[in-house]
Design a binder for this molecule. Structure first.
Ligand SMILES: Nc1ncnc2c1ncn2[C@@H]1O[C@H](COP(=O)(O)OP(=O)(O)O)[C@@H](O)[C@H]1O
Ligand SMILES: CC(C)(COP(=O)(O)O)[C@@H](O)C(=O)O
Length: 312
């Protein structure tokens, strides 16, 4: 008998630059690019619904819930709400009782990160739901299979391309080839750093990815070539700044913050700031944002990647 409840932590992921790659099969679609995973992230708790939860008190008629999928309760930071990719993950895992009746599941997503501001919260929630539902209901999937399920859900919803594979890995992932494990290919920059960030608002990932991505992708490929030739954090940040302006994604508040931070080559641990894709967010490595007078959130590069956690 499985424990019927489990919790997973998935790091946030800030994309520094990317190119978009569509494909007929979601497993092969994704992005190339690079970014940093964060010790700030998303915690997902999945459990078999109790009688109260089974009434769907907060799932109600949310359009994101797949047809035929019993809602259970869905919360984001304690408030009713869900993320489409999470529902698709639960549907893909086929959570049925032994007698075939659909299992009613409660899902609680908790995060200190802003949603829709370039931290890959949707991908993290999807991957966290996959890891915790697999554990809670003893589905027997391997890590790569769960990453694939979450990646397919995220790509299918248009809310991200490369966050899930990056968040599964942790560190500073370089996405060399797009797609889920078995198709995509990852490398990374071996590095640790303090990360600061300030968010000025949301930017719809669905809208940007749903538009013409040709110029953006050309800029992303150039940035990746640079980073492959010199896989170091300062080069990643420099390539990220060039990408944001070439791809025409820079928003004024972010541009202002990047200029205020400037490049501080004299500080070995400060590599300036860049825009987080895709959000109205600036992130910096080192102390540049606080030195420039901003009041940033502070965390570090996450070393471990997505994982199940034991709750005391
Ligand atoms: N409070 C909220 N604010 C913004 N998006 C939300 C919220 N609650 C749920 N969502 C859903 O979360 C997803 C956010 O996806 P995306 O814009 O890619 O953001 P992120 O960069 O955090 O991954 C969307 O599918 C949106 O419908
Ligand atoms: C940049 C983005 C396409 C979206 O990122 P977010 O808005 O954080 O969901 C990401 O998934 C990537 O492939 O790099």
């Amino acid at each position: 008998m499985s424990r019927q409840r489990a919790t997973a932590f998935v790091p946030g992921h800030v994309t520094a630059f990317f190119s978009a790659h569509s494909a007929e099969r979601p497993v092969a679609a994704g992005s190339r690019g690079a970014g940093v995973t964060l010790t700030d992230g998303v915690t997902v708790r999945v459990s078999a619904a109790d009688e109260a939860g089974a009434s769907g008190e907060s799932g109600e008629s949310d359009e994101s819930v797949a047809p035929g999928q019993p809602a259970g309760s869905r919360t984001i930071d304690g408030e009713p709400g869900t993320i489409g990719a999470v529902e698709d993950v639960l549907a893909a895992l086929g959570l049925a009782e032994d007698d075939g009746t659909p299992r009613v599941v409660d899902v609680a997503v908790e995060t200190d990160l802003p949603i829709g501001a370039g931290f890959g919260v949707s991908g993290a929630a999807a991957l966290g739901a996959a890891l915790s539902a697999n554990d809670a209901f003893d589905r027997g999937h391997s890590e790569n299979e769960l990453i694939r399920i979450a990646h397919e859900a995220e790509v299918g919803r248009g809310t991200g391309l490369g966050d899930v594979v990056a968040q599964a890995r942790g560190g500073v992932p370089i996405r060399l080839e797009p797609g889920a494990p078995g198709v995509g290919e990852l490398d990374g920059i071996p590095a640790d750093a303090r990360v600061e960030y300030v968010t000025f608002g949301e930017l719809s990932t669905e809208d940007v990815l749903g538009g013409d991505t040709a110029a953006l992708s050309a800029a992303g490929e150039d940035a990746l070539d640079r980073l492959r030739a010199d896989p170091r954090l300062p080069t990643m940040m420099d390539a990220a700044r060039a990408f944001a302006s070439e791809a025409d994604l820079l928003v004024p508040e972010v541009a202002e913050a990047i200029a205020a931070v400037g490049d501080s080559p004299e500080k070995y641990d400060d590599h300036g700031a860049a825009m987080a894709m895709l959000g109205r967010t600036v992130f910096g490595l080192g102390t540049g944002l606080s030195d420039a007078g901003y009041d940033p959130e502070v965390c570090r590069i996450d070393a471990a990647g997505a994982r199940l956690v034991t709750e005391q």
